[in-house]
Design a protein around this ligand. Structure first.
Ligand code: FAD
Ligand code: SF4
Ligand code: SF4
Length: 470
Protein backbone atom coordinates (compact mmCIF):
# COMPACT_ATOMS: atom_id res chain seq x y z
CA UNK A 1 0.00 0.00 0.00
CA UNK A 2 0.97 3.71 0.12
CA UNK A 3 2.20 3.49 -3.46
CA UNK A 4 0.69 6.89 -4.30
CA UNK A 5 4.11 8.52 -4.03
CA UNK A 6 5.54 6.72 -7.06
CA UNK A 7 2.41 5.48 -8.87
CA UNK A 8 0.28 8.05 -10.68
CA UNK A 9 -3.50 7.94 -10.67
CA UNK A 10 -4.88 6.06 -13.64
CA UNK A 11 -8.49 5.58 -14.72
CA UNK A 12 -9.56 2.78 -17.05
CA UNK A 13 -9.20 3.61 -20.75
CA UNK A 14 -11.96 5.75 -22.19
CA UNK A 15 -12.96 5.51 -25.84
CA UNK A 16 -12.05 8.53 -27.99
CA UNK A 17 -14.98 10.89 -28.49
CA UNK A 18 -15.18 10.34 -32.26
CA UNK A 19 -15.49 6.58 -31.92
CA UNK A 20 -17.81 6.51 -28.86
CA UNK A 21 -20.29 8.86 -30.56
CA UNK A 22 -21.03 6.12 -33.09
CA UNK A 23 -22.81 3.78 -30.68
CA UNK A 24 -24.54 3.58 -27.29
CA UNK A 25 -22.02 1.26 -25.64
CA UNK A 26 -20.35 2.15 -22.33
CA UNK A 27 -17.38 4.43 -22.89
CA UNK A 28 -15.09 3.28 -20.07
CA UNK A 29 -13.13 0.03 -20.25
CA UNK A 30 -12.53 -2.06 -17.15
CA UNK A 31 -9.26 -2.38 -15.25
CA UNK A 32 -7.28 -5.54 -15.94
CA UNK A 33 -6.09 -7.44 -12.83
CA UNK A 34 -2.68 -5.73 -12.78
CA UNK A 35 -4.13 -2.22 -13.16
CA UNK A 36 -6.70 -2.86 -10.42
CA UNK A 37 -4.04 -4.12 -8.03
CA UNK A 38 -1.62 -1.25 -8.75
CA UNK A 39 -4.31 1.45 -8.47
CA UNK A 40 -5.70 -0.07 -5.25
CA UNK A 41 -2.18 -0.11 -3.79
CA UNK A 42 -2.04 3.70 -3.98
CA UNK A 43 -4.37 3.92 -0.95
CA UNK A 44 -2.67 5.15 2.20
CA UNK A 45 -5.06 3.21 4.52
CA UNK A 46 -6.15 6.30 6.45
CA UNK A 47 -7.02 5.83 10.11
CA UNK A 48 -10.09 8.00 9.54
CA UNK A 49 -11.08 7.18 5.94
CA UNK A 50 -12.94 10.19 4.58
CA UNK A 51 -13.74 8.21 1.42
CA UNK A 52 -15.84 5.83 3.53
CA UNK A 53 -17.49 8.62 5.51
CA UNK A 54 -18.61 10.29 2.28
CA UNK A 55 -19.87 7.10 0.66
CA UNK A 56 -23.62 6.98 1.42
CA UNK A 57 -23.30 3.22 2.01
CA UNK A 58 -20.27 3.66 4.26
CA UNK A 59 -18.49 1.06 2.15
CA UNK A 60 -15.40 -0.37 3.79
CA UNK A 61 -13.22 1.06 1.04
CA UNK A 62 -9.73 0.83 2.61
CA UNK A 63 -10.22 -2.88 3.35
CA UNK A 64 -11.33 -3.86 -0.12
CA UNK A 65 -8.60 -1.75 -1.68
CA UNK A 66 -5.97 -3.55 0.41
CA UNK A 67 -7.38 -6.99 -0.48
CA UNK A 68 -7.44 -6.05 -4.18
CA UNK A 69 -3.86 -4.84 -4.02
CA UNK A 70 -2.91 -8.23 -2.52
CA UNK A 71 -4.87 -10.18 -5.15
CA UNK A 72 -7.33 -11.53 -2.53
CA UNK A 73 -10.29 -10.78 -4.77
CA UNK A 74 -12.87 -13.16 -3.39
CA UNK A 75 -12.45 -11.59 0.06
CA UNK A 76 -12.53 -8.12 -1.50
CA UNK A 77 -15.86 -9.01 -3.13
CA UNK A 78 -17.25 -10.38 0.15
CA UNK A 79 -16.47 -7.10 1.93
CA UNK A 80 -17.62 -4.86 -0.89
CA UNK A 81 -20.95 -6.70 -1.34
CA UNK A 82 -21.64 -6.77 2.40
CA UNK A 83 -22.60 -3.08 2.34
CA UNK A 84 -23.62 -2.54 -1.29
CA UNK A 85 -26.33 -4.52 -3.10
CA UNK A 86 -25.16 -3.40 -6.56
CA UNK A 87 -21.45 -2.43 -6.38
CA UNK A 88 -20.90 -2.91 -10.12
CA UNK A 89 -23.64 -0.32 -10.78
CA UNK A 90 -22.34 2.23 -8.25
CA UNK A 91 -18.79 1.72 -9.55
CA UNK A 92 -20.09 2.83 -12.95
CA UNK A 93 -22.54 5.66 -12.22
CA UNK A 94 -21.95 7.16 -8.78
CA UNK A 95 -20.72 10.75 -9.07
CA UNK A 96 -17.49 9.71 -7.36
CA UNK A 97 -16.04 13.20 -7.74
CA UNK A 98 -18.66 14.42 -5.24
CA UNK A 99 -18.61 11.34 -2.98
CA UNK A 100 -15.84 8.84 -2.20
CA UNK A 101 -13.07 9.99 -4.57
CA UNK A 102 -13.80 13.67 -4.04
CA UNK A 103 -13.07 13.12 -0.34
CA UNK A 104 -10.04 10.86 -0.64
CA UNK A 105 -7.41 12.51 1.53
CA UNK A 106 -4.33 10.95 0.05
CA UNK A 107 -1.44 13.34 0.68
CA UNK A 108 -1.85 16.88 -0.65
CA UNK A 109 -0.65 17.20 -4.23
CA UNK A 110 -1.52 13.61 -5.18
CA UNK A 111 -4.63 12.56 -7.09
CA UNK A 112 -7.32 10.47 -5.37
CA UNK A 113 -7.49 6.70 -5.46
CA UNK A 114 -9.72 5.52 -8.34
CA UNK A 115 -12.22 3.91 -5.95
CA UNK A 116 -15.23 3.53 -8.25
CA UNK A 117 -13.26 1.79 -11.00
CA UNK A 118 -11.78 -0.67 -8.48
CA UNK A 119 -15.25 -1.35 -7.03
CA UNK A 120 -16.57 -2.12 -10.50
CA UNK A 121 -13.58 -4.39 -11.20
CA UNK A 122 -14.03 -6.37 -7.95
CA UNK A 123 -17.68 -7.18 -8.75
CA UNK A 124 -17.21 -7.88 -12.48
CA UNK A 125 -14.37 -10.23 -11.55
CA UNK A 126 -16.66 -11.90 -8.99
CA UNK A 127 -19.34 -12.41 -11.67
CA UNK A 128 -16.75 -13.85 -14.06
CA UNK A 129 -15.59 -16.30 -11.37
CA UNK A 130 -19.11 -17.37 -10.36
CA UNK A 131 -18.82 -15.89 -6.85
CA UNK A 132 -22.04 -13.88 -7.20
CA UNK A 133 -24.74 -16.38 -6.30
CA UNK A 134 -28.54 -16.22 -6.04
CA UNK A 135 -29.95 -15.91 -2.52
CA UNK A 136 -30.38 -19.28 -0.81
CA UNK A 137 -32.98 -19.23 1.93
CA UNK A 138 -32.53 -21.92 4.57
CA UNK A 139 -35.73 -21.22 6.49
CA UNK A 140 -38.86 -19.55 5.13
CA UNK A 141 -40.61 -17.29 7.66
CA UNK A 142 -44.04 -17.49 6.03
CA UNK A 143 -44.20 -13.68 6.14
CA UNK A 144 -45.17 -11.91 2.93
CA UNK A 145 -43.83 -8.52 1.78
CA UNK A 146 -45.09 -6.38 -1.12
CA UNK A 147 -42.78 -3.85 -2.77
CA UNK A 148 -44.10 -1.25 -5.22
CA UNK A 149 -41.33 -0.27 -7.64
CA UNK A 150 -38.39 -2.21 -9.03
CA UNK A 151 -35.88 0.65 -9.09
CA UNK A 152 -32.69 0.46 -7.01
CA UNK A 153 -34.54 1.22 -3.74
CA UNK A 154 -37.15 -1.50 -4.27
CA UNK A 155 -34.60 -4.05 -5.47
CA UNK A 156 -32.16 -3.40 -2.62
CA UNK A 157 -35.01 -3.83 -0.13
CA UNK A 158 -36.25 -6.99 -1.90
CA UNK A 159 -32.78 -8.51 -1.73
CA UNK A 160 -32.37 -7.83 2.00
CA UNK A 161 -35.87 -9.04 2.91
CA UNK A 162 -35.57 -12.23 0.89
CA UNK A 163 -32.28 -12.99 2.66
CA UNK A 164 -34.26 -12.92 5.93
CA UNK A 165 -36.49 -15.71 4.58
CA UNK A 166 -39.57 -13.64 3.74
CA UNK A 167 -41.69 -14.15 0.64
CA UNK A 168 -41.09 -11.03 -1.43
CA UNK A 169 -43.30 -9.75 -4.27
CA UNK A 170 -42.15 -6.77 -6.36
CA UNK A 171 -44.76 -4.93 -8.45
CA UNK A 172 -43.83 -2.57 -11.29
CA UNK A 173 -45.94 -0.77 -13.88
CA UNK A 174 -43.15 -1.23 -16.43
CA UNK A 175 -42.40 -4.33 -18.44
CA UNK A 176 -38.78 -4.56 -17.24
CA UNK A 177 -37.11 -4.52 -13.85
CA UNK A 178 -34.80 -1.64 -12.87
CA UNK A 179 -36.77 1.64 -12.80
CA UNK A 180 -34.55 4.51 -13.93
CA UNK A 181 -31.58 2.13 -14.18
CA UNK A 182 -33.25 0.66 -17.24
CA UNK A 183 -35.43 3.42 -18.74
CA UNK A 184 -33.74 6.63 -17.53
CA UNK A 185 -29.96 6.25 -17.46
CA UNK A 186 -28.58 5.79 -20.99
CA UNK A 187 -26.77 2.66 -22.10
CA UNK A 188 -23.48 4.54 -22.60
CA UNK A 189 -23.34 5.05 -18.79
CA UNK A 190 -24.86 1.73 -17.74
CA UNK A 191 -25.35 -1.13 -20.17
CA UNK A 192 -28.74 -2.73 -19.72
CA UNK A 193 -27.37 -6.30 -19.47
CA UNK A 194 -25.85 -5.28 -16.12
CA UNK A 195 -29.34 -4.55 -14.76
CA UNK A 196 -30.94 -7.59 -16.43
CA UNK A 197 -28.26 -9.82 -14.87
CA UNK A 198 -29.29 -8.61 -11.40
CA UNK A 199 -32.99 -9.13 -12.18
CA UNK A 200 -32.27 -12.72 -13.14
CA UNK A 201 -30.25 -13.38 -9.97
CA UNK A 202 -32.97 -11.93 -7.74
CA UNK A 203 -35.64 -14.01 -9.50
CA UNK A 204 -33.47 -17.13 -9.10
CA UNK A 205 -33.24 -16.27 -5.40
CA UNK A 206 -37.02 -16.62 -5.11
CA UNK A 207 -38.24 -13.02 -5.43
CA UNK A 208 -41.51 -12.79 -7.37
CA UNK A 209 -41.77 -10.02 -9.96
CA UNK A 210 -45.18 -8.79 -11.17
CA UNK A 211 -44.49 -6.60 -14.19
CA UNK A 212 -46.95 -4.42 -16.15
CA UNK A 213 -48.71 -4.10 -12.79
CA UNK A 214 -49.56 -0.54 -11.78
CA UNK A 215 -50.61 -0.33 -8.14
CA UNK A 216 -53.52 2.10 -7.87
CA UNK A 217 -54.83 1.20 -4.47
CA UNK A 218 -52.51 0.58 -1.55
CA UNK A 219 -55.28 -1.22 0.36
CA UNK A 220 -55.19 -3.98 -2.23
CA UNK A 221 -51.55 -4.75 -1.41
CA UNK A 222 -52.05 -4.33 2.33
CA UNK A 223 -54.58 -7.13 2.18
CA UNK A 224 -52.17 -9.45 0.40
CA UNK A 225 -48.99 -8.75 2.42
CA UNK A 226 -47.82 -8.38 6.03
CA UNK A 227 -45.96 -5.18 5.12
CA UNK A 228 -45.68 -2.98 2.03
CA UNK A 229 -42.86 -0.76 0.76
CA UNK A 230 -43.53 2.20 -1.54
CA UNK A 231 -40.44 2.73 -3.73
CA UNK A 232 -42.01 4.36 -6.75
CA UNK A 233 -39.54 7.17 -7.51
CA UNK A 234 -40.44 10.67 -8.74
CA UNK A 235 -41.53 11.18 -12.33
CA UNK A 236 -43.52 14.41 -12.70
CA UNK A 237 -41.36 16.79 -14.75
CA UNK A 238 -40.83 20.33 -13.51
CA UNK A 239 -42.17 22.83 -16.06
CA UNK A 240 -41.21 26.17 -17.52
CA UNK A 241 -44.10 28.54 -18.13
CA UNK A 242 -42.93 30.65 -21.05
CA UNK A 243 -44.78 31.72 -24.22
CA UNK A 244 -45.54 28.93 -26.69
CA UNK A 245 -44.14 26.16 -24.50
CA UNK A 246 -46.93 23.90 -25.75
CA UNK A 247 -45.78 23.95 -29.39
CA UNK A 248 -45.17 20.51 -30.86
CA UNK A 249 -41.57 19.27 -30.76
CA UNK A 250 -41.00 20.50 -27.22
CA UNK A 251 -40.63 17.31 -25.26
CA UNK A 252 -39.80 16.02 -21.79
CA UNK A 253 -36.34 14.59 -21.09
CA UNK A 254 -37.58 11.32 -19.64
CA UNK A 255 -39.93 10.61 -22.58
CA UNK A 256 -36.97 11.14 -24.87
CA UNK A 257 -34.52 9.00 -22.84
CA UNK A 258 -37.06 6.22 -22.30
CA UNK A 259 -37.75 6.02 -26.04
CA UNK A 260 -34.03 5.85 -26.74
CA UNK A 261 -33.45 3.15 -24.11
CA UNK A 262 -36.41 1.12 -25.38
CA UNK A 263 -35.09 1.38 -28.93
CA UNK A 264 -31.71 0.15 -27.73
CA UNK A 265 -33.43 -2.79 -26.02
CA UNK A 266 -35.03 -3.75 -29.34
CA UNK A 267 -38.59 -2.51 -28.65
CA UNK A 268 -40.77 -0.92 -31.31
CA UNK A 269 -41.24 2.71 -30.30
CA UNK A 270 -43.77 4.49 -32.50
CA UNK A 271 -42.79 8.01 -31.40
CA UNK A 272 -39.16 7.27 -32.10
CA UNK A 273 -39.85 5.84 -35.52
CA UNK A 274 -42.12 8.74 -36.52
CA UNK A 275 -39.34 11.17 -35.54
CA UNK A 276 -41.07 12.81 -32.58
CA UNK A 277 -38.59 11.46 -29.98
CA UNK A 278 -35.62 11.07 -32.30
CA UNK A 279 -32.86 13.66 -32.78
CA UNK A 280 -31.48 12.37 -36.07
CA UNK A 281 -30.65 15.18 -38.50
CA UNK A 282 -32.11 17.87 -36.23
CA UNK A 283 -30.95 20.98 -34.40
CA UNK A 284 -31.47 20.05 -30.78
CA UNK A 285 -31.77 22.43 -27.84
CA UNK A 286 -31.66 20.89 -24.36
CA UNK A 287 -32.77 23.10 -21.47
CA UNK A 288 -31.18 22.37 -18.08
CA UNK A 289 -27.77 21.78 -16.52
CA UNK A 290 -28.10 18.59 -14.46
CA UNK A 291 -27.20 14.99 -15.14
CA UNK A 292 -30.48 14.36 -16.99
CA UNK A 293 -29.66 17.23 -19.36
CA UNK A 294 -26.20 15.72 -19.96
CA UNK A 295 -27.80 12.35 -20.71
CA UNK A 296 -30.09 14.04 -23.26
CA UNK A 297 -27.37 15.98 -25.08
CA UNK A 298 -25.14 12.91 -25.32
CA UNK A 299 -28.04 10.74 -26.52
CA UNK A 300 -28.85 13.33 -29.20
CA UNK A 301 -25.22 13.27 -30.38
CA UNK A 302 -25.41 9.48 -30.75
CA UNK A 303 -28.71 9.65 -32.62
CA UNK A 304 -27.00 11.78 -35.27
CA UNK A 305 -28.32 15.26 -34.45
CA UNK A 306 -27.12 18.03 -36.80
CA UNK A 307 -26.24 20.18 -33.78
CA UNK A 308 -26.76 19.90 -30.01
CA UNK A 309 -26.92 22.97 -27.77
CA UNK A 310 -27.32 22.97 -24.01
CA UNK A 311 -28.93 26.10 -22.54
CA UNK A 312 -28.13 26.68 -18.90
CA UNK A 313 -29.10 29.78 -16.94
CA UNK A 314 -26.06 29.75 -14.62
CA UNK A 315 -22.38 29.33 -15.56
CA UNK A 316 -20.25 26.20 -15.74
CA UNK A 317 -18.97 26.46 -12.13
CA UNK A 318 -22.55 26.54 -10.84
CA UNK A 319 -23.81 23.52 -12.77
CA UNK A 320 -25.47 20.97 -10.49
CA UNK A 321 -24.43 17.86 -12.44
CA UNK A 322 -21.27 15.79 -12.51
CA UNK A 323 -18.21 17.58 -13.93
CA UNK A 324 -17.16 14.33 -15.60
CA UNK A 325 -20.41 14.20 -17.60
CA UNK A 326 -20.07 17.83 -18.72
CA UNK A 327 -16.52 17.12 -19.89
CA UNK A 328 -17.70 14.02 -21.76
CA UNK A 329 -20.45 16.04 -23.45
CA UNK A 330 -18.02 18.77 -24.50
CA UNK A 331 -15.62 16.24 -25.97
CA UNK A 332 -18.52 14.76 -27.94
CA UNK A 333 -19.24 18.12 -29.57
CA UNK A 334 -22.09 19.54 -27.50
CA UNK A 335 -22.24 23.34 -27.52
CA UNK A 336 -22.88 24.91 -24.10
CA UNK A 337 -24.53 28.30 -23.77
CA UNK A 338 -23.93 29.45 -20.20
CA UNK A 339 -25.95 32.18 -18.54
CA UNK A 340 -28.71 31.56 -21.08
CA UNK A 341 -32.35 30.94 -20.22
CA UNK A 342 -35.23 30.26 -22.62
CA UNK A 343 -37.55 33.28 -22.79
CA UNK A 344 -40.00 32.02 -25.42
CA UNK A 345 -40.41 29.39 -28.10
CA UNK A 346 -41.43 30.37 -31.61
CA UNK A 347 -42.75 28.46 -34.60
CA UNK A 348 -45.78 27.67 -36.67
CA UNK A 349 -47.32 24.72 -34.87
CA UNK A 350 -43.84 23.24 -34.46
CA UNK A 351 -41.00 24.94 -32.64
CA UNK A 352 -38.36 26.39 -34.97
CA UNK A 353 -36.60 28.97 -32.74
CA UNK A 354 -35.83 29.47 -29.10
CA UNK A 355 -35.64 33.04 -27.87
CA UNK A 356 -32.82 33.15 -25.34
CA UNK A 357 -32.46 35.61 -22.48
CA UNK A 358 -28.92 36.43 -21.40
CA UNK A 359 -28.47 36.17 -17.62
CA UNK A 360 -25.90 37.41 -15.13
CA UNK A 361 -24.75 36.03 -11.80
CA UNK A 362 -25.58 37.73 -8.53
CA UNK A 363 -25.31 36.55 -4.91
CA UNK A 364 -25.27 32.96 -3.65
CA UNK A 365 -28.62 31.31 -2.86
CA UNK A 366 -29.54 28.80 -0.11
CA UNK A 367 -28.11 25.91 -2.16
CA UNK A 368 -24.68 27.60 -2.17
CA UNK A 369 -24.89 28.27 -5.91
CA UNK A 370 -25.03 31.75 -7.38
CA UNK A 371 -28.43 33.10 -8.39
CA UNK A 372 -29.02 34.76 -11.75
CA UNK A 373 -31.02 37.71 -13.07
CA UNK A 374 -31.81 38.68 -16.69
CA UNK A 375 -29.58 41.21 -18.44
CA UNK A 376 -32.02 43.88 -19.59
CA UNK A 377 -32.43 43.96 -23.42
CA UNK A 378 -29.98 41.10 -24.08
CA UNK A 379 -31.89 38.45 -26.03
CA UNK A 380 -31.15 36.42 -29.14
CA UNK A 381 -32.69 33.53 -31.09
CA UNK A 382 -31.26 30.14 -31.91
CA UNK A 383 -32.64 27.60 -34.40
CA UNK A 384 -34.35 24.54 -32.97
CA UNK A 385 -36.14 21.51 -34.48
CA UNK A 386 -36.56 19.70 -31.17
CA UNK A 387 -36.43 21.24 -27.68
CA UNK A 388 -35.89 18.90 -24.74
CA UNK A 389 -36.86 20.08 -21.26
CA UNK A 390 -34.61 18.63 -18.56
CA UNK A 391 -35.56 20.70 -15.53
CA UNK A 392 -35.84 18.01 -12.87
CA UNK A 393 -38.63 15.96 -11.36
CA UNK A 394 -41.14 16.09 -8.54
CA UNK A 395 -43.65 13.62 -7.06
CA UNK A 396 -47.17 13.15 -8.38
CA UNK A 397 -50.21 13.59 -6.14
CA UNK A 398 -49.53 10.41 -4.18
CA UNK A 399 -52.62 10.05 -1.97
CA UNK A 400 -54.79 10.24 -5.10
CA UNK A 401 -52.49 7.89 -6.99
CA UNK A 402 -52.64 5.23 -4.28
CA UNK A 403 -56.26 5.94 -3.27
CA UNK A 404 -55.03 6.66 0.25
CA UNK A 405 -56.03 10.17 1.42
CA UNK A 406 -54.50 9.43 4.84
CA UNK A 407 -50.97 8.92 3.40
CA UNK A 408 -48.85 11.67 5.02
CA UNK A 409 -46.67 13.85 2.81
CA UNK A 410 -43.66 16.10 3.41
CA UNK A 411 -43.78 19.79 2.51
CA UNK A 412 -42.12 18.84 -0.81
CA UNK A 413 -44.96 16.46 -1.70
CA UNK A 414 -42.82 13.35 -1.15
CA UNK A 415 -43.96 10.56 1.18
CA UNK A 416 -43.28 11.42 4.81
CA UNK A 417 -41.56 8.68 6.79
CA UNK A 418 -40.16 8.39 10.28
CA UNK A 419 -36.41 8.80 9.73
CA UNK A 420 -35.49 5.68 11.73
CA UNK A 421 -38.34 3.26 11.05
CA UNK A 422 -39.12 4.33 7.43
CA UNK A 423 -42.78 3.94 8.47
CA UNK A 424 -45.39 6.08 6.70
CA UNK A 425 -48.59 7.29 8.33
CA UNK A 426 -50.29 4.05 7.18
CA UNK A 427 -49.86 1.05 9.48
CA UNK A 428 -47.57 -1.58 7.91
CA UNK A 429 -46.63 0.68 4.97
CA UNK A 430 -43.05 1.91 4.54
CA UNK A 431 -41.36 4.05 1.88
CA UNK A 432 -37.82 4.53 0.50
CA UNK A 433 -35.79 6.04 -2.34
CA UNK A 434 -36.61 9.08 -4.45
CA UNK A 435 -40.26 9.00 -3.38
CA UNK A 436 -39.09 9.99 0.11
CA UNK A 437 -35.90 11.91 -0.67
CA UNK A 438 -36.91 13.63 -3.92
CA UNK A 439 -34.87 13.13 -7.12
CA UNK A 440 -31.48 11.90 -5.89
CA UNK A 441 -28.90 9.23 -6.68
CA UNK A 442 -28.83 5.48 -7.17
CA UNK A 443 -26.46 4.99 -4.24
CA UNK A 444 -28.88 6.80 -1.90
CA UNK A 445 -31.79 4.71 -3.19
CA UNK A 446 -29.81 1.55 -2.42
CA UNK A 447 -28.95 2.83 1.04
CA UNK A 448 -32.58 3.74 1.80
CA UNK A 449 -33.86 0.43 0.41
CA UNK A 450 -31.46 -1.51 2.62
CA UNK A 451 -32.27 0.52 5.74
CA UNK A 452 -36.02 0.36 5.11
CA UNK A 453 -35.74 -3.43 4.70
CA UNK A 454 -34.03 -3.74 8.09
CA UNK A 455 -36.81 -1.66 9.69
CA UNK A 456 -39.53 -3.67 7.92
CA UNK A 457 -37.95 -6.92 9.12
CA UNK A 458 -38.07 -5.66 12.71
CA UNK A 459 -41.70 -4.65 12.23
CA UNK A 460 -42.96 -7.91 10.71
CA UNK A 461 -41.07 -10.04 13.24
CA UNK A 462 -42.54 -8.07 16.15
CA UNK A 463 -46.04 -8.41 14.66
CA UNK A 464 -45.42 -12.12 14.20
CA UNK A 465 -44.31 -12.54 17.82
CA UNK A 466 -47.37 -10.59 19.04
CA UNK A 467 -49.78 -12.73 16.99
CA UNK A 468 -48.15 -15.95 18.28
CA UNK A 469 -48.45 -14.74 21.87
CA UNK A 470 -52.12 -13.80 21.41
P1 FAD B 1 -36.89 4.59 -9.61
O1 FAD B 1 -35.58 4.16 -10.14
O2 FAD B 1 -37.55 5.74 -10.26
O3 FAD B 1 -37.86 3.34 -9.66
C1 FAD B 1 -39.23 3.45 -9.33
C2 FAD B 1 -40.02 2.33 -9.98
O4 FAD B 1 -41.35 2.37 -9.49
C3 FAD B 1 -40.12 2.44 -11.50
O5 FAD B 1 -39.73 1.22 -12.10
C4 FAD B 1 -41.60 2.74 -11.75
O6 FAD B 1 -42.08 2.14 -12.94
C5 FAD B 1 -42.25 2.08 -10.55
N1 FAD B 1 -43.56 2.61 -10.21
C6 FAD B 1 -43.90 3.92 -10.03
N2 FAD B 1 -45.21 4.02 -9.70
C7 FAD B 1 -45.70 2.75 -9.68
C8 FAD B 1 -46.99 2.20 -9.39
N3 FAD B 1 -48.03 2.96 -9.04
N4 FAD B 1 -47.15 0.85 -9.49
C9 FAD B 1 -46.11 0.06 -9.82
N5 FAD B 1 -44.87 0.54 -10.10
C10 FAD B 1 -44.65 1.87 -10.01
N6 FAD B 1 -28.26 8.58 -10.28
C11 FAD B 1 -26.95 8.25 -10.16
O7 FAD B 1 -26.51 7.88 -9.07
N7 FAD B 1 -26.10 8.31 -11.23
C12 FAD B 1 -26.54 8.67 -12.46
O8 FAD B 1 -25.75 8.71 -13.41
C13 FAD B 1 -27.91 9.00 -12.62
N8 FAD B 1 -28.38 9.34 -13.84
C14 FAD B 1 -29.71 9.61 -13.97
C15 FAD B 1 -30.20 9.93 -15.23
C16 FAD B 1 -31.54 10.21 -15.40
C17 FAD B 1 -32.04 10.54 -16.76
C18 FAD B 1 -32.42 10.23 -14.29
C19 FAD B 1 -33.86 10.59 -14.46
C20 FAD B 1 -31.94 9.91 -13.02
C21 FAD B 1 -30.59 9.60 -12.86
N9 FAD B 1 -30.07 9.27 -11.62
C22 FAD B 1 -28.75 8.94 -11.49
C23 FAD B 1 -30.96 9.22 -10.42
C24 FAD B 1 -31.39 7.78 -10.10
O9 FAD B 1 -31.74 7.09 -11.28
C25 FAD B 1 -32.54 7.75 -9.10
O10 FAD B 1 -32.16 8.51 -7.96
C26 FAD B 1 -32.86 6.32 -8.66
O11 FAD B 1 -33.16 5.50 -9.76
C27 FAD B 1 -34.05 6.33 -7.67
O12 FAD B 1 -34.37 5.01 -7.37
P2 FAD B 1 -35.83 4.60 -6.87
O13 FAD B 1 -35.79 3.12 -6.69
O14 FAD B 1 -36.23 5.44 -5.73
O15 FAD B 1 -36.84 4.98 -8.06
FE1 SF4 C 1 -17.92 5.51 -4.14
FE2 SF4 C 1 -20.46 5.12 -4.84
FE3 SF4 C 1 -18.88 3.05 -4.45
FE4 SF4 C 1 -19.64 4.53 -2.37
S1 SF4 C 1 -20.94 3.27 -3.67
S2 SF4 C 1 -17.57 3.75 -2.80
S3 SF4 C 1 -19.72 6.58 -3.31
S4 SF4 C 1 -18.64 4.58 -6.05
FE1 SF4 D 1 -7.41 5.29 0.89
FE2 SF4 D 1 -8.17 7.73 0.03
FE3 SF4 D 1 -9.80 6.29 1.52
FE4 SF4 D 1 -7.57 7.32 2.58
S1 SF4 D 1 -9.33 8.47 1.81
S2 SF4 D 1 -8.39 5.25 2.90
S3 SF4 D 1 -6.19 7.17 0.84
S4 SF4 D 1 -9.06 5.75 -0.53
Amino acid sequence: MLKFTDTPQQYPDVKAAESRKKDFNEIYAQFDPAQASVQASRCSQCGVPFCQIHCPLQNNIPDWLKLTAEGRLEEAYAISSATNTFPEICGRICPQDRLCEGNCVIEKGFDSVTIGSVERYITENAFANGWVKPIKVTQETGISIGIIGSGPAGLAAADMLRRKGHEVHVYDRYDRVGGLLIYGIPNFKLEKEIVARRHQLLAEGGIYFHLNYEVKDIAELKEKHDAVLIATGVYKPKEIQIPDYSLANIIQALDYLTASNRKGLGDRVANYENGMLNAEGKEIVVIGGGDTAMDCVRTAVRQGARSVTCLYRRNEENMPGSKREVKNAMEEGVKFMWLSAPKAFAGNGYVSQVLVQQMRLISHDASGRQSVVPVEGETFSIPCDLAIKALGFEPEDLPTLFNAPELGLSKYGTVHVDSKSFATSLEGVFAAGDIVRGASLVVWAIKDGRDAAAAMHRYVMSQHTKSKAA
